[in-house]
Write a protein that binds this ligand. Sequence first.
Ligand SMILES: *[C@@H]1O[C@H](CO)[C@@H](O)[C@H](O)[C@H]1NC(C)=O
Ligand SMILES: *[C@@H]1O[C@H](CO)[C@@H](O)[C@H](O)[C@H]1NC(C)=O
Ligand SMILES: *[C@@H]1O[C@H](CO)[C@@H](O)[C@H](O)[C@H]1NC(C)=O
Ligand SMILES: *[C@@H]1O[C@H](CO)[C@@H](O)[C@H](O)[C@H]1NC(C)=O
Ligand SMILES: *[C@@H]1O[C@H](CO)[C@@H](O)[C@H](O)[C@H]1NC(C)=O
Length: 384
Amino acid sequence: GLCRGGSDIFASVRENSPKGQFISNISIGTDPGARPVRLCLTGRNADWFYLEGRSIRLNSSASRVLDREVHGSVLKAELTCYEHDVMQIQNRILVEILNVNDNKPVFLQESIQPLSISEADTWFFRIDVPNSGEVVLNKPLDFESRTCLQLVLWAEEWNTVERFNVSAVLTINVQDGDDQYPHFLPCMLVSQSFPVCMNPVYTANIDKVLEFSPGPIKAQDGDRGINCPLTYSILSDEGGRFVIDNRTGELQVDDPLKYSVATVLVRVLGENMFPPVFNRTTFKGFIIQNSSPASIVSTYGNQVLQVQALDPDFSDGLNQNIRYFLLPPSGLYQVTQEGVLIGRTDQLQAFDRHVLQQVVARDEESGEEASALVDVEVLQRGQA
Ligand SMILES: *[C@@H]1O[C@H](CO)[C@@H](O)[C@H](O)[C@H]1NC(C)=O
Ligand SMILES: *[C@@H]1O[C@H](CO)[C@@H](O)[C@H](O)[C@H]1NC(C)=O
Ligand SMILES: *[C@@H]1O[C@H](CO)[C@@H](O)[C@H](O)[C@H]1NC(C)=O
Ligand SMILES: *[C@@H]1O[C@H](CO)[C@@H](O)[C@H](O)[C@H]1NC(C)=O
Ligand SMILES: *[C@@H]1O[C@H](CO)[C@@H](O)[C@H](O)[C@H]1NC(C)=O
């Protein structure tokens, strides 16, 4: 009868379409409004449709937007035709939801979590083309210069008109790899651009306590993020006179190949009981004025005047560590390390007399000093 002519409906509609969007016409033998015919939409997605005359239209609203990403790719319903409330025919409605590029790409949160990469892994940063999204290193990392890197990643749609893109910041924490040698402190930088530490030579006098210069014997791991415990040992000590506490010194525990060597100089001092002494308070001598730039001051016994301090700590009185100097320094005279006085003869005036306030003998080890006067007479050439 009146419901005849109906058939299954296959149609399509774009997602995000407005309310009333035409879906399909219905083909039945009579006007759907005409009694005794009644049409009824049922089924899973029936509420997405409504009938308007012979048309099926989309039942969406501002708060209920058709979204392929949410509602799937197909809407299914049935259209049933009743005549005098007796079901005559039932047709299937299958409406494909057409995809619209209405979503921007997003990074999966778990894929852009902060990463920790050991600097010892000499990988390279690279994003695999075309689409794996794998990020790998393309430059060795150096914990000692950077501990944190931030990488901006872009993802862009490739085969759409909109070409939506999204960016994410990938944080990479660089872990310290074991790539540095220990070095002794204080660290003397060889150059600013290449932070290479030169090991100091520690020196100390055996006196009372071993006090080392430029500081206590101490090394630290070059990998400061790892800060491996160090063990110290003496490599060579003829006679075995010294011991070192292995907990406060060198050779890496887990890698005997990573070690650093510093030299320790321990000066053995003779027991120092006496200061040096000059055997007279005033040294007298003369020098003959002439045109040569320098001459040696002589004694009146016509010998070389040699100021010499004796150190009773030594059996022969000769302390090799005694240095001589004039205080205040003189413009006309100098004293050699052997205690010989030299005058600048071409600048001296005959008949002048110079009393050099102090010639000082200093024990460089103990710091003890002795002083005396030097009395020099300038003679004229040929003078008796
Ligand atoms: C649906 O029916 C209307 C009115 O008869 C007509 O104008 C229109 O072209 C039809 N649409 C389709 C897609 O058949
Ligand atoms: C249209 O959708 C609304 C919900 O947004 C629903 O309440 C209403 O019943 C639907 N209309 C039809 C004819 O199914
Ligand atoms: C990302 O999209 C924005 C807005 O459409 C655009 O201005 C920008 O150039 C795009 N960036 C890249 C890297 O494609
Ligand atoms: C350090 O010295 C102690 C005591 O002499 C010894 O027991 C220990 O094994 C040493 N440690 C290392 C790492 O050499
Ligand atoms: C002082 O010492 C010098 C050099 O050692 C020596 O030649 C001289 O005789 C000494 N003089 C006296 C007074 O001891």
